[in-house]
Ligand binder design. Structure first.
Ligand code: GDP
Length: 201
């Protein structure tokens, strides 16, 4: 399994061009605000304070780069809960996320976080479909698995897959995680490791 020996904050930006330019592979994380993104990043890296807890002013609307093992970047993207934002607000801060996702040449995988307790949410499905259309390499991480039983998770997972097969013939990789129990940590880190190895071949 991939061992995280070092995880360090590098830079916050609103313009992907101002982020690191050394072409190291980037693994980005996105999801609706409160989905458990900061907790997951901290759980994966084994650093309780790496990602700022939500509610920290400003930070949540920036692209945050962290360098891992001096080898790759973990990229914490702002949440996309734009439903309540005004069109103008949405457009401006959405643009830099869209630019990053569609133009960054270093992005090798986007993890789209989804709350495992909820039925498929329109906003998540729309975002996932958009990633597919734009051919952004992505996978799905279900969060907060500890909050529901195995059978409830199985049911929700089936619903999600059913929803996605309406649009897509193949479903991207899916991981179930819990930041409180660290469930899924190994699977996600192994997946990152596999991608890193395939790049360095
Ligand atoms: P973010 O806004 O997506 O970065 O979400 P946070 O990581 O700040 O988490 C939002 C809330 O959900 C916090 O109160 C966390 O303690 C809680 N939370 C996050 N992940 C988990 C999890 O895996 N299990 C449980 N039970 N609670 C979680």
């Amino acid at each position: 399994m991939l061992t995280i020996k070092q995880a360090q904050f590098v830079i916050s930006s609103t313009d992907y061009k101002k982020g690191p330019q050394d072409r190291k592979p980037e693994f980005a994380f996105i999801g609706r605000s409160n989905v458990g993104k900061s907790s997951l990043i901290n759980m994966l890296t084994g650093n309780k304070k790496l990602a700022k807890i939500s509610g920290t002013p400003g930070k949540t609307r920036l692209i945050n780069h962290f360098i891992i093992n001096e080898q790759w970047y973990l990229v914490d993207l702002p949440g996309y809960g734009f439903a309540k934002a005004s069109k103008k607000d949405r457009a401006s801060w959405e643009k830099f996320i869209v630019d990053y996702l569609t133009k960054s040449e270093s992005l090798v995988n986007l993890f789209v976080l989804v709350d495992s307790r909820l039925e498929p949410q329109k906003i998540d499905i729309e975002f996932i479909n958009w990633c597919g259309e734009k051919q952004i390499p992505f996978s799905i991480i279900f969060t907060k698995l500890d909050k529901l039983s195995g059978s409830e998770y199985a049911r929700n997972l089936t619903r999600y897959k059913k929803e996605l097969t309406k649009t897509w013939a193949t479903i991207p990789p899916v991981f179930g995680t819990s930041s409180t129990s660290a469930h899924g940590r190994e699977s996600v880190l192994n997946y990152i490791d596999e991608i890193l190895k395939s790049i360095s071949l």
